[in-house]
Write a protein that binds this ligand. Structure first.
Ligand SMILES: [Zn+2]
Length: 299
């Protein structure tokens, strides 16, 4: 049973402390994954405050956001501009690539992308991708082969803009199988590797889910027959959830799971079918996220 492992790194703190912790855990288990880095300013504190309305306050309390993200993250970018992650932490990002993991682009400014994608023009979307693409290329010494839109906030214009860069594939949405995205009837040549499982922050703290039964639930999400793509966050599984995550790896491996970077999943499927993306709200997450269109794939 193959399981794509995707690690999103949203913040300075996640890059500085979460990624080395996760690299250690993955090395212990002989696992390679795909890390997606945010390389511009860390304004995630601003993001958290913007969402500080009752539903989100409740979520912060139930997921213990203070300990999950760190209060310095919650305040970062609120009263002063956030530091540029790629400028200050390039050695940490290179170390992940040197450890044998696949490294891709998550964002230039994660907060800005999540908050403003609905109103950004094509040129602005292009500019955001370009800034991150160029910075990550400088850090790695070569362009990244893959990207993943922050918070699964990806519209059709984003797909069109990404097609102008040299990405081999992208992971911008939730869904069930690898597909070639179609926009306005035109098939793009960058396949999508969708995420198939929910994330920690979408799950724990509601419907009876706690740290005690989270791994049981996540093990049940594994499907021997279908595509499995798991997203973890350097800020969560690389920090307060690290022991729980290592326990999950052990139990999943005992069930026959083989973890791998997303590029390896793609290599096993030479001709993905076509599909579209749609926008849909999901429980536990603010606003819409991109989904593989279930109607289109059924047609
Ligand atoms: Zn992210």
């Amino acid at each position: 049973m193959n399981v794509g492992l995707r690690i999103d790194v949203d913040t300075w703190r996640g890059t500085r402390f979460g990624t080395p912790t996760l690299c250690d855990i993955l090395a212990r288990h002989g696992i390679r994954g795909t890390f997606y880095f945010s390389v511009g300013p860390d304004n995630m504190g601003r993001h958290l405050w913007r969402l500080l309305r009752p539903a989100f306050l409740w979520k912060m309390l139930r997921t213990r956001a203070g300990s999950l993200y760190g209060w310095d993250i919650i305040l970062r970018g609120t009263f002063w501009p956030g530091p540029e992650i790629g400028r200050g932490l390039a050695p940490q990002i290179r170390a992940v690539a040197d450890a044998g993991h696949e490294v891709g682009l998550h964002a230039w400014d994660h907060h800005k992308w999540q908050a403003a994608i609905d109103t950004m023009t094509a040129a602005q979307l292009h500019q955001e991708i370009k800034k991150g693409y160029n910075r990550l290329s400088d850090i790695l010494g070569h362009p990244p082969a893959t990207s993943a839109a922050p918070g699964w906030r990806c519209n059709e214009q984003t797909l069109l803009e990404k097609a102008e860069f040299n990405f081999t594939y992208n992971s911008d949405c939730r869904g069930r199988h690898i597909f070639m995205p179609v926009v306005n009837g035109v098939r793009l040549n960058q396949p999508q590797v969708p995420v198939t499982m929910p994330t920690y922050d979408e799950t724990v703290g509601q419907n009876g889910f706690t740290n005690d039964n989270y791994n049981d639930y996540m093990l049940k999400q594994l499907r021997p027959e279908g595509l499995n793509v798991l997203t973890i966050h350097a800020e969560a599984e690389g920090n307060v959830c690290r022991e729980m995550f290592e326990d999950y790896l052990k139990r999943a491996k005992a069930m026959g799971a083989r973890f791998m970077p997303l590029e390896d999943l793609l290599k096993m499927l030479p001709e993905p079918p076509e599909d579209r993306i749609i926008m849909r709200e999901i429980p536990g997450r603010e606003g819409w996220v991109a989904w593989q269109d279930p109607v289109f794939s059924a047609a």
